[in-house]
Design a protein around this ligand. Sequence first.
Ligand code: FAD
Ligand code: MG
Length: 336
Amino acid sequence: MRFVIIMSVFLSLFNPLKKYDKTELAMGTVVTITLFDKSGKGNLLIEEAFKIASEYEKLFSSKDSESILYKYNIQKNAVIENNEILKLINDSLYYAQLTEGTFDPALKALISIWDFEKIKEPPSNELIKYAQSRSGYKNIKLSDNKLYLANEASIDLGAIAKGRIIEKMAEFLTESGITNFMINAGGDIAVSGLYNGKRKWNIAIADPYNRSRTAGFIRMTDKSIVTSGDYERYFTASDNRRYHHIIDPFTGYPADNGLNSVTVISSDSTKADALSTAFFVMGLERALEAAEKLDDVEAVFIYKKEQKTQITVTSGIKTVFHENLGFEFILSPDSF
Ligand code: FAD
Ligand code: MG
């Protein structure tokens, strides 16, 4: 027995952590899992984590005609049997109220007419007004598990579901004994433990005006870092304006208040996802005030003033955020 204990201590001292990583398309975006492990199960656990993502995608996607949410959107009246959907819709309503409707889980009608992959010009005012009349979280009537969607409204959880799904993937890895890992789902990032078991993770924040460069980086452990921006999903119309995918529910148009990138840092990735979208709609002043008041919420705001890039961060991360505007974007954390 003593021999076994001595051997396992010996092996753990001399068996260094091995790095595993894999990138796949999931949730309509590029997802990378990086982990450090010495049990030899790294590849297997990464595969399992991706399976979890695709199981949850089948619940939460409003685009996939096979998903449960898609069916609710058609039925308008449903009894929700699945606890995970029930919880995420309830959480969405909580964040809609908390953010005074700037994050809104019932914007599917508006989002559909602003489909940046299909259109090249903004929709007409009439169409926007019509879509607005079929939008808005107050149309989601949820009593226990009975769901009714009033005014023909439909649910879209695109601004919060990635946060929940990376939380589920992270829970799985932690329960499987992996402590040092990063999950990056197209700008929704969760980090746990240490890079290579040695140092905090360095998370780069992209420069929204030049995606091959960084605006800064944050040294973190056990946090989620979620960015919403206007520079990945958009179209440029004949008026030379950029129409992006984050909609101001009050105007029916893409949010247009000067912010180009908002990053939210929290230990709760669902919260970080919902708030990054809400803060983008709120604009700098209101979002900064909200972020300073909320518990377990820090934020980085990027915008232009007199044509110069400005970065404003909340008081809680002043010492861990390092501005490095203009540096080449370094994709591999090994390079830091
Ligand atoms: P966020 O700011 O987090 O979210 C913006 C997205 O939320 C918008 O694209 C819109 O869908 C919605 N939204 C806009 N304004 C608001 C607002 N004020 N309040 C609330 N929501 C708002 N993309 C594909 O192209 N194809 C797919 O098949 C596909 N499947 C997906 C499946 C799942 C389960 C999820 C979570 C996402 C999927 N996506 C897919 C991506 C999705 O459509 C969004 O583009 C993505 O979630 C946006 O995330 P973000 O971090 O870029 O921005
Ligand atoms: Mg979001």
